[in-house]
Ligand binder design. Structure first.
Ligand code: BG6
Length: 489
């Protein structure tokens, strides 16, 4: 990752600049990059949207967004510099002749053109065509976009092909915002910089692995999007599978995008298909009903704004995943993710195998196995659950479960932690694709997800209800109980 430097200032064009993603995340992250002095002096930020607006109208919107979402006071001198970079163009993105307006502000000889697609996917193709005709694209122009990149393999291939007609693969930066998270990246360090883990990370020592991405939020007024999508496509196809590949992949040769992507794809290819024959045993779908979260009553999924009463979209999914390769033979990965769960928690639990013989029967008839728990959010850290002797003399040796606890916020107190978008925008500006998804990766993930969704359709069952504020439907407990295991609570 070292060899990429910020080598040139950029023209960063945000298509859909007045939308949610831009105003809640992108502008805030760009301001933070400004504050950290990570933007080149000549870099410009150009907002593009359908509505008529002067430059100063856009500057006002940016300022209002910062006030609402920054979580700290706006620094006057940083703001002055930041706002001087902002300009706005009104473009109807479906009208090809309007793209020539970009020529008035873009200078592809002096600055790298970064096109950030912060728009609904139906516009992707139009923008690609508009840009192709505009005459502003050079070989180092880049395009950045994020999910939904399709809703199945076929639609994802169509989107990718539309991009491929205009851009080469190394110009395309597909975001999964989990890859911008400090703690997700730390998985690489944990696994490949610490010999105790490099040598104890396979079927010889590990019994099973759990990945939980539990959210407190519901669908946040996004009925139209979410009801068409469901938790499987919203969270599992991308964020959970990305975490899984980081946990399961072989050591890459180096940190270059090519090496890391190669190893991630091998894992995605090795995922055992979930099919009509085994879907009932291997998966659980749920949908939240009304319940209590932190003492407040919250509505059920079917009572959310805009809801249609008969929706069978899942807001929770749990599954047993098997990876058919040498390292992970007979080591199940249990994944679960849901909305309106008991609390926000993203966590990986590595359950080590039990020892073959127990000499401490006085303390434990069944000697508990070690556990490594990696907390990704909200509290970032790592703990190892182990056994220690209770101090004392006389009598037999008595053991007690203890924890080796490492909290990142304590250990790295003086280090500023950047958000995912800051990191990803910066890496796109540097032209470093390591933290972005390749076409092959996305399509491989869809192939696996499509098979599950297809099996559900044949199964023709509705998701199981679970009360908001719980850990999901009871059948998700049964999913592990059948294998003699339990979720880490
Ligand atoms: C997004 C999903 O990709 O990730 C949302 O569309 C979800 O539905 C969000 O709430 C979760 O992200 P984070 O960073 O809060 O874990």
């Amino acid at each position: 990752m070292q060899k990429y430097e910020i080598f040139k200032p950029c023209d960063l064009v945000i298509y859909g600049a007045l939308g949610d993603l831009s105003t809640r995340k992108l502008l805030i992250s760009l301001y933070r990059l400004e504050k950290a002095e990570l933007l080149e002096n000549e870099t410009q930020i150009i907002g593009v949207d359908l509505h008529k607006k002067e430059n100063k109208g856009f500057v006002k919107i940016a300022q209002a967004s910062l006030k609402e979402f920054l979580n700290e006071d706006i620094d006057k001198s940083v703001w002055e510099k930041f706002s001087s970079r902002l300009s706005y163009l009104q473009i109807d993105l479906t009208q090809m002749d309007q793209y020539k307006k970009l020529k008035t502000v873009i200078d592809s000889k002096q600055r790298v053109l970064i096109n950030y697609f912060s728009v609904a996917p139906f516009l992707f193709k139009h923008i690609c065509q508009g840009l192709a005709q505009s005459g502003i694209l050079t070989d180092d122009a880049k395009v950045v976009m994020e999910k939904p990149l399709g809703h199945d393999l076929k639609s994802s291939q169509e989107i990718n092909s539309a991009f491929a007609e205009v851009f080469k693969e190394d110009q395309i930066f597909r975001i999964d915002h989990y890859l911008g998270k400090e703690t997700v990246l730390n998985l690489l360090a944990l696994r490949f910089a610490n010999s105790i883990f490099t040598s104890n990370w396979d079927h010889n020592t590990i019994d099973s692995i759990q990945i939980t991405v539990a959210e407190e939020v519901g669908i946040e007024g996004r009925w139209d999007y979410f009801d068409q999508t469901g938790q499987t496509r919203d969270m599992l196809q991308n964020h959970l599978l990305q975490i899984l590949t980081f946990i399961a992949m072989e050591p890459p040769v180096n940190l270059e995008a090519k090496s890391i992507r190669r190893e991630k794809i091998k894992i995605l290819e090795a995922l055992r298909p979930i099919t009509v024959e085994n879907v009932a045993k291997k998966t659980v779908r749920g949908q939240y009903s009304s319940g209590f979260l932190k003492g407040h009553e919250v509505p059920g999924y079917l009572e959310e704004d805009g809801a249609t009463t008969d929706s069978t979209t899942e807001s929770f999914v749990a599954l047993r995943v098997d990876i058919d390769n040498w390292r992970w033979a007979d080591v199940p990965f249990y994944l679960r993710t849901g909305k309106r769960m008991h609390n926000k928690r993203t966590e990986i639990v590595i359950n080590f195998k039990q020892l073959p013989h127990n000499i401490f029967k006085d303390s434990f008839i069944d000697l508990p196995a070690n556990k490594l728990v990696i907390h990704l959010q909200p509290k970032e850290g790592i703990d190892i659950q182990m056994l220690n002797k209770v101090p004392g003399i006389g009598g037999n040796i008595k053991l007690q479960k203890t924890k080796l606890d490492l909290s990142f916020s304590e250990t790295f107190k003086n280090k500023k932690v950047f958000g995912g978008y800051e990191r990803l925008i910066l890496e796109a500006m540097r032209g470093n694709p390591t933290l972005f998804l390749s076409r092959e990766e996305i399509e491989q993930a869809w192939t696996w997800i499509d098979s599950i969704r297809n099996a559900w359709e044949h199964q023709n069952e509705s998701p199981k209800p679970y009360p908001a504020g719980s850990w999901g439907p009871v059948s998700s407990v049964a999913l592990l109980a059948r294998d003699g295991r339990a979720w880490e609570e």
